[in-house]
Design a protein around this ligand. Structure first.
Ligand SMILES: [Zn+2]
Length: 142
């Protein structure tokens, strides 16, 4: 059931990507640190996000479409939030994106019944479970 919906989601994304492939050419992207994904995630880093406290690879917690009302909502950006599965350190990158791209991602998310936020609960719930398991093991409960 879950797998099937995941597959449908992937197919829909592929279809959407193909449909909007032409649009991609019209968007100027000069950020050397982040890459446009053209899917519901929005952005992906070109570098490893490791925790500054314990050096663990951090996990994506959410990707949020953000606007600045103080700038008349012209300053469209995407907030990429990551959390350390080891020490719970939390960090947010606020990356400016072209308004067309911001809208493209919003429309894509709407298609999947989402709003401004995409939170890959599956990924971090799994890692949280792993942490709990490891902590219990450390305490001798396993
Ligand atoms: Zn950490």
């Amino acid at each position: 059931m879950l797998r099937l919906s995941k597959l449908k989601e992937k197919l829909a994304i592929l279809h959407y990507r193909k449909k909007f492939a032409k649009k991609q050419k019209h968007i100027v992207w000069k950020n050397s640190k982040w890459k446009l994904t053209w899917d519901i995630i929005g952005l992906t880093p070109k570098f490893n996000i490791t925790c500054p406290f314990c050096n663990t690879e951090m996990v994506l917690r959410h990707s949020r479409l953000h606007v600045s009302p103080e700038l008349k909502e012209e300053n469209t950006h995407i907030d990429m939030a990551y959390k350390c599965p080891n020490c719970d350190y939390f960090i947010v990158f606020g990356i400016p994106v072209p308004p067309q791209y911001w809208l493209y991602i919003l429309n894509l998310r709407k298609k999947f019944g989402m709003g401004l936020i995409y939170a890959p609960i599956e990924t971090w719930a799994k890692s949280d479970q792993q942490i709990i398991k490891e902590r219990l093991q450390a305490l001798g409960y396993w």
